[in-house]
Design a binder for this molecule. Structure first.
Ligand code: AMP
Ligand code: MG
Length: 327
């Protein structure tokens, strides 16, 4: 009997040891930055409260609708001292603007407003209204010096980069806590930390832009951002014409480059986010001219053709046209 008891205690202790030593899957969904954010972490420590704080902090910094956010203060003056992350996010945005010749422009706010994307009262503005709004869009007016940002009276909308920037921040918090495996989706912005707990790459689905509840296939990746800009994210139809939220800053109209989605795969969530918007505006051929080596792209055209740069491992039963890296 005594022997049996000892065995039982040994069994219970071993089970407890195994349970404590195992990484648990923790999953939480947040609503912030006007979108649903889902985070899965495989680790012993529960760091969701810290992540929740980060999400709240960055929403407060970047949301132009909140009176005391950094972006709101910038939009009410010509210069302001901001949080170092806001300065860094704007610097990254400006570098993508320069790379893309202004296809990505963080000063797009007046045009977004005139289409009603700001207050969600969607409408087609008059030509003169668009011309007027477009005049105010110019990333060259904006400069960053340390934590001081000068706007030159331009109005900032960080919607094309904020979620990607936040994914980098959350990923570095996860890595700092020595957690090796996590995956998050912040709206269309996916970020994978490490590999899956079983040592395999993550399988990240690429949405079918014609039917965003299903996917055209998946990519096999680790330690990277996978960010998609697609017309399905925000759009409206008026008089039978489809209008979406990715604006060509040079025309003031929704970008019309023959694409319905662009996915960018690279190590930085912020760059992937801004680049996916820029590539959407530029279209396939112009994007390929400026694509950097560490960036992979999947383009899906209006007529459902798929193009992928040569290093993308896209698993799909559809035909994929390969784009070679030599420019
Ligand atoms: P995304 O879904 O990342 O492509 O970003 C689209 C969001 O970025 C829009 O909802 C706007 O807030 C903003 N945006 C739209 N067009 C542009 C543009 N050409 N450059 C920068 N931001 C843009
Ligand atoms: Mg973007």
């Amino acid at each position: 009997m005594k022997h049996k008891n000892k065995l039982l205690i040994l069994y219970i202790v071993s089970v407890c040891f195994l349970l404590c030593g195992c990484d648990k899957q923790q999953e939480e969904t947040f609503f912030s930055m006007d979108t649903v954010m889902n985070i899965k972490i495989y680790g012993k420590e529960n760091i969701m409260p810290e992540i929740n704080e980060l999400i709240t902090k960055f929403d407060r910094l970047f949301d132009r609708n909140k009176n005391d956010s950094d972006i709101s203060r910038l939009n009410h003056g010509i210069k302001s001292e901001v949080n170092s992350h806001t300065a860094d996010m704007i610097s990254t945005a400006l570098s993508v603007s320069r790379l893309s010749g202004g296809a990505f422009d963080i000063t797009i706010a007046p045009v977004m407003d005139s289409w009603g994307f700001y207050d969600k009262q969607f409408r087609v503005p008059s030509k003169s209204e668009i011309i007027e709004a477009k005049k105010a869009v110019d990333y060259k007016k904006v400069s960053v010096n340390g934590n001081i940002v000068y706007t030159g009276n331009a109005l900032i909308d960080a919607g094309g980069i904020a979620k990607g920037y936040l994914s980098d921040i959350i990923a570095s918090e996860i890595r700092n806590k020595k957690i090796k495996s996590a995956v998050m989706s912040l709206g269309g912005n996916i970020y994978c930390v490490g590999k899956r707990p079983d040592g395999q790459n993550w399988k990240i689905g690429i949405k079918d832009p014609q039917n965003p509840d299903s996917s055209i296939g998946y990519v096999n990746v680790y330690d990277t951002a996978v960010v998609t800009s697609g017309t399905y994210e925000r759009s409206f139809t008026e008089n039978g014409i489809f209008y979406h939220h990715i604006i060509n800053p040079h025309t003031g109209f929704p970008a019309d480059s023959g694409l319905s989605s662009v996915t960018v795969i690279c190590k930085s969530g912020a760059r992937a986010d801004a680049l996916s918007t820029a590539f959407f505006v530029l279209g396939r051929d112009e994007s390929m001219k400026i694509k950097e080596e560490d960036v992979e792209i999947i383009f899906i055209t209006d007529n459902n053709e798929i193009y992928a740069t040569e290093n993308v491992t896209l698993h799909t039963d559809k035909k994929v046209n390969i784009l070679l890296n030599d420019k």
